[in-house]
Design a protein around this ligand. Sequence first.
Ligand SMILES: Cc1cc2nc3c(=O)[nH]c(=O)nc-3n(C[C@H](O)[C@H](O)[C@H](O)COP(=O)(O)OP(=O)(O)OC[C@H]3O[C@@H](n4cnc5c(N)ncnc54)[C@H](O)[C@@H]3O)c2cc1C
Ligand code: SF4
Length: 559
Amino acid sequence: MSAQRPADFDVIVVGSGCGGSMSVHRLVHSGARVLNLEYGPEYIEEDLGSFEQYYDAYPRLGYASLKRALERPGPGSWKRAPYFEFADEAPYETAGEGWYWRRYRGVGGRSMFWAGVAPRMSELDFREAEVDGFGPAWPLTYEELKPHYDWIDTTLGRVGPSEDHPNVPAGLPQPPQGLRCGERIIQSTCERLKGEFPLLRYTHSPKMIATRPMGPGRAPCHYLGNCMEGCRNAAKFQAKYHLYPAAQATGRLTVRPNSVVLEVLVDPASGRATGVRYVDRLTKQDYEARAPILVLAASTLDTPRILLNSRSARFPNGVGNGSGHVGRHLNDHIQGSVIGYLPQLYGHRTYNDDGYTFGVMIPRFTNSYQKKRGFIRGWEGRSGSGKGVNAGLTGFGKGLKDGIRERYQARISLLGFGAKLDNPGTFVELDPSGRKDRYGMPLAKIHSAYADNDLKIFADIKEKFTYILEQAGAESIRPSASPSQPGTSEHEVGTCRMTRDPTEGVCDRFGRVHEVPNLFVADGSVFTQQTDKSPTLTIMALALRQADFIAERWNRKEL
Ligand SMILES: Cc1cc2nc3c(=O)[nH]c(=O)nc-3n(C[C@H](O)[C@H](O)[C@H](O)COP(=O)(O)OP(=O)(O)OC[C@H]3O[C@@H](n4cnc5c(N)ncnc54)[C@H](O)[C@@H]3O)c2cc1C
Ligand code: SF4
């Protein structure tokens, strides 16, 4: 039996990650009373930041021994363990190529641990479907999103190159960190290759990091890394530091951590959303919360799960799923890397050149504007140099140690992110076997398949990066043998896509569910198509634009 809660709120926002936190921020500051329901706990201050060493932290994090802490999968991920995976609590099924789903759950969502790479989408990204005819076009333009990108740059802070690239608008960036030695060598190689590839640039990565003072509680970047452990300086964008304190100070925001939303409630007569049903993770008590407007921002994999689990006579296939598109069009990035060693830097003295993670971007430079190489769309690159313990050497003993020492500063890595395009074999559904998690929520079953276009992009990444390293004189060049497992990039989008035509998607151009006028989606699932860009800056800008739309319609009593 659900405990009823009064409708004390104007809006319920489900999820507090990159999309949800922006939505909460803008709605609260527009005067709305907001209830924010978040699956995970509040992040504990001490768990964030790269200063605490693992040999100090493991007892506090509940590991029996240092060995157990280090056995966690993924680099550094043992420190983030209390907030991700939830392996026993939220298992999932896969089919096809499999899917690596790191389920970060906590107030702030994945903003707390993301790398912060934040390129704007370009006009080409928004209109590319019109150029190559693949899939529906985005129902908005770059110019419509630009004011929201600008607001993020000036209010939250973002570094990057000061010059536009045809595929990546610069925006209003702060000064980036300098390039490391190896990166400078590759930069000059790329300059030499411009005759062959006119759009090739090896430049600073756009990142949501502030290198200038941004006010109380936010120090400029100190360039010590490792940003994906969490940044206690609050130089990198993290919702916990950047958005929640001011929103809570208004007195109009109620955040409820440990609240697992199971379904959207609807009025059978009008078809409008009336609220949500959720479970308290700690007490297992079942609740309902009601409000006139509902925003789902539970992420690309969990928002469709909630919608599909919301079945009624009015919506027999799940809320908003009359078109059958909820959960379809799931796409992330296909990744390929190439590593090499620059003899110019062998024996170079070791020095502190940590810097922030992923400081270099290689904007999409091949296959622009036309179908030239047997595939459509393209890929964007990242790069970094130095500190290579795995020196590509074999052997043992003193010889191996000396070799590693000699090559330590000489390592250069190039990592490509290719736009994985829509194919019918890649989607998320509720597990047809009927298995449920401990809260009674059906498990997600994630299907994935690489298509020919994806594999051609992967081959192109390896070919171009290998060529660049060869031209730089690198040795021991090692391209990745196979593409990353789907999901690895963490850039999944598209399961409730925005379309002009309601029969082709789930949401309209403001992320409003076509079939339910007071239900909105504000996370990665609204992407119409995947692009070569890291998606999160655009998720945030879309959430801001949507919140302005909600506030305007609400004030005109049109919602
Ligand atoms: C280590 C790492 C590095 C990354 N680096 C980058 C990068 O450099 N650039 C980039 O663009 N992207 C990066 N990403 C991806 C980026 O974090 C995501 O694109 C972004 O967080 C998506 O925002 P979102 O709001 O859709 O989802 P999230 O940020 O995941 O937020 C969803 C929230 O909803 C909550 N939730 C889920 N289910 C429920 C439920 N049933 N009830 C209530 N709440 C629920 C979750 O707990 C979570 O807090 C990275 C991700 C990781 C993990
Ligand atoms: S390098 Fe900069 S952004 Fe990264 S953790 Fe340190 S202060 Fe934060």
